[in-house]
Design a protein around this ligand. Structure first.
Ligand code: AHR
Length: 511
C-alpha cells in the first residue's frame, strides 16, 4: 500500500519506504499470461509449425523465441483458450489425431478455427515454458457435461471414459489443472449466449457444485465484470457461500475461490492514458469490499479462506485503433509503457486482494511481444513487465509519497472524483533475500522530480538503478529499431535522485 500527501506545485517531493513494514505477500501469479485463439496469438504466435524458417520452431511446432521470452518473464500461469473465443469452443474438437480435427466457424472474432492446437498441445507448451495452465470453461454453447468431461480428461486418475481418452492420446499422468474459470465475460452483449446476472449466478453455482464433486482440489473462478458493477455485486452475493452440498456439510469449503474482473485502459491523451490504470486500483478496492459484503450477508465463517481477485484480463487497449476482429495488434508507445508500469504498481500495492493477474495477451494480440517471420519485437510495454516480474516479488511494503498531482481530466472520467493522481506513482517490495525494490513512475510530460533519498535508502552505498524512458511520449519499438529499453546505472543513498519526465525508474538495494 502507498499512502499519499498532496503538495502544492513546486513543493519538494518526498518518498518514504519502510522495508521492515511488510504489508501483504505478493502472489507470483500477478505476472500471469493469457493465450486466446484470437488473431495471431496461438497460430503464428506460440504455435507456428508452417513457418518456413525452421530454426525458429521446435519439434512440437512451438516458436522457440516465444518460449524463451516467456521463460525470461518467468510467467507463472497462463489462461487459455479465451476470452470471447471460449463461448463457442468445444474442447473435444481440439484433441486426438490432427487430420480428424474439425474446422469450425469461429463466432467471437469471425474466423475459422482449425483446432490444430488444443488441450494436449497447450499442456505441452506450458510444460516447456515452465508455467501452470489455467482453463476457462465454455458458458456460451457449452454444457455442464462437456465441462465435466474436460475436467475429467485433464485431472482424473480413474479408469473412466475421458481419462482413458487422455491416455489413448498419449498422456498417462493427469495434467492436474488447478485453475478453472466459470465462463468469460458472460454479461457482454456481444457474447454468444449472453446471460442475465440471475441466470449466470444460478448456472455458475450449479456447475461449481458438480465440478467440485468431481475434483474438490480445483480453484474455481467466478466470472465478474469490472469489479465495480451491479453484476459483480449480485453474482458474488449468490455464489460466495458455504458449500451446502458437500458430504457431511462442510464448514471450511467454498464452491467459489476467486472472482475474475477485466479492465482495459486507454486515452488518446498521453497523460490521461498513463494514469488510467488508477481506475483499476479503485475497482479492486470496491470489489474486495463486495467480496466481504457477500461473506457477511451469507454468514461465511472465517474458516473459509477469503475469496481473492483474479484480474485475468488487463492491459492498455483501444479497440478502435486495434480492432479485435482484425487481430488487435496494438503498437505501444512510451505513454503505454508508463500505463503498464502503473498497472503493475497497482497489483503490487493491492497484493492483499489480487491473487492472480493475466496480461491480455501474451503474444501478438494486444501484447508486449510480437512475432515476425524472422524473430521477435519487444514493444515498449515489454520492459516494465520484465522489470517487475524479475524484481517486484516477495512482500508489498509500506510507502508514503508527498508530491503534487495531475489535476486534469481522467479516463474514465469518474476516476477524477474517486482517486488521487500523484505525479509520482510508487510501489515498493522486499523479497526473501533482503532486496528492497521501489518503482517510481513519473508521467509528467515535461517535468522531472528530485527526491531526497534520505527517506528511501538512507546511507546505502550502492543502489542499482534501472530506467525506462525516451524523449517523446509516442515513441514505439519496431523490428528495425528498439527505441525503448532498460538502462542500468547505480547511485548512492545520500543526496537527491532525479526522476526524469516520462520515466519508469526502479531503485534496488539490499539491507
Ligand atoms: O483479450 C481480448 C478480448 O477482450 C477477450 O477475448 C475478451 O474476453 C475481452 O473482451
Amino acid at each position: 500500500m502507498t499512502t499519499f500527501t498532496k503538495l502544492a506545485e513546486g513543493k519538494q517531493a518526498k518518498i518514504s519506504v519502510y522495508p521492515t513494514h511488510k504489508l501483504s505477500k505478493i502472489n507470483d501469479n500477478i505476472y500471469g499470461g493469457f493465450t486466446e485463439h484470437m488473431g495471431r496469438c496461438i497460430y503464428g504466435g506460440i504455435y507456428d509449425p508452417e513457418n518456413s524458417n525452421k530454426a525458429l520452431v521446435d519439434e512440437h511446432g512451438f516458436r522457440k523465441d516465444v518460449i524463451e521470452a516467456m521463460k525470461e518473464l518467468n510467467v507463472p500461469v497462463v489462461r487459455y483458450p479465451g476470452g470471447n473465443f471460449v463461448a463457442t469452443y468445444h474442447w473435444l474438437d481440439g484433441i486426438g489425431p490432427h487430420e480428424q480435427r474439425p474446422r469450425r466457424p469461429e463466432l467471437a472474432w469471425l474466423g475459422v478455427e482449425s483446432n490444430q492446437f488444443g488441450t494436449d498441445e497447450f499442456m505441452k507448451w506450458c510444460k516447456v515454458v515452465g508455467t501452470e495452465p489455467y482453463l476457462c470453461l465454455n458458458f456460451g454453447t457449452g454444457t455442464l457435461d462437456e465441462a465435466l468431461g474436460w475436467l475429467e480428461y485433464c485431472n482424473s486418475t480413474q479408469d473412466t471414459h475421458y481419462a482413458n481418452l487422455r491416455r489413448k492420446n498419449g498422456r498417462e499422468q493427469p495434467y492436474d489443472v488447478k485453475y478453472w474459470a466459470l465462463g468469460n465475460k458472460c454479461w457482454g452483449p456481444w457474447q454468444v449466449e449472453q446471460m442475465t446476472k440471475e441466470d449466470y449466478a444460478k448456472r455458475a453455482y450449479q456447475w461449481a457444485k458438480a465440478l467440485k464433486l468431481l475434483d474438490p482440489s480445483i480453484t474455481l473462478i467466478l466470472c465478474g465484470e469490472t469489479g465495480h458493477s451491479i453484476w459483480d455485486s449480485y453474482v458474488l452475493k449468490e455464489c460466495v457461500k458455504l458449500d451446502q452440498h458437500s458430504l457431511g456439510g462442510s464448514t471450511t469449503a467454498s464452491l467459489v475461490d476467486m472472482h475474475s474482473i477485466h479492465i482495459y485502459t486507454t486515452s488518446d491523451d498521453p497523460t490521461k492514458n498513463a494514469f488510467a490504470p488508477r481506475s483499476a486500483e479503485r475497482a479492486i478496492e470496491i470489489c474486495a469490499s463486495l467480496i466481504d459484503m457477500a461473506r457477511i450477508e451469507n454468514n461465511v465463517p472465517p474458516s473459509v479462506p477469503r475469496q481473492t481477485i483474479c484480474f485475468d484480463e488487463w492491459n492498455v487497449w483501444d479497440p478502435k485503433r486495434a480492432p479485435g476482429d482484425k487481430g488487435a495488434e496494438e503498437l505501444y508507445t512510451l505513454s503505454d509503457a508508463l500505463a503498464v508500469a502503473i498497472w503493475l504498481n497497482v497489483f503490487v500495492r493491492q497484493s492483499k486482494h489480487v491473487a492472480m493477474a493475466n496480461i491480455a495477451q501474451s503474444v501478438n494480440v494486444i501484447s508486449p511481444l510480437m512475432t515476425t517471420k524472422d524473430g521477435l519485437v519487444k514493444q515498449t510495454t515489454w520492459w516494465p513487465l520484465l522489470l517487475f516480474s524479475k524484481h517486484m516479488r516477495g512482500w508489498t511494503v509500506a510507502t508514503h509519497v508527498s508530491c503534487s498531482t495531475y489535476e486534469g481530466e481522467t479516463s474514465p472520467p469518474w476516476m477524477r472524483g474517486a482517486v488521487d493522481t500523484p505525479w509520482l506513482d510508487v510501489s515498493a517490495t522486499v523479497n526473501d533475500d533482503g532486496w528492497t525494490s521501489m518503482v517510481v513512475v513519473n508521467s509528467h510530460l515535461t517535468e522531472s522530480f528530485a527526491v531526497d533519498l534520505e527517506g528511501v535508502a538512507n546511507g546505502e552505498k550502492s543502489i542499482d538503478v534501472s530506467t525506462i524512458t525516451a524523449d517523446k511520449w509516442d515513441i514505439v519499438n519496431t523490428a528495425e529499431k528498439e527505441m525503448v529499453g532498460i538502462k542500468e546505472s547505480s547511485c548512492k543513498g545520500d543526496g537527491k535522485f532525479e526522476f526524469p519526465n516520462m520515466s519508469i525508474t526502479m531503485l534496488r538495494w539490499r539491507i
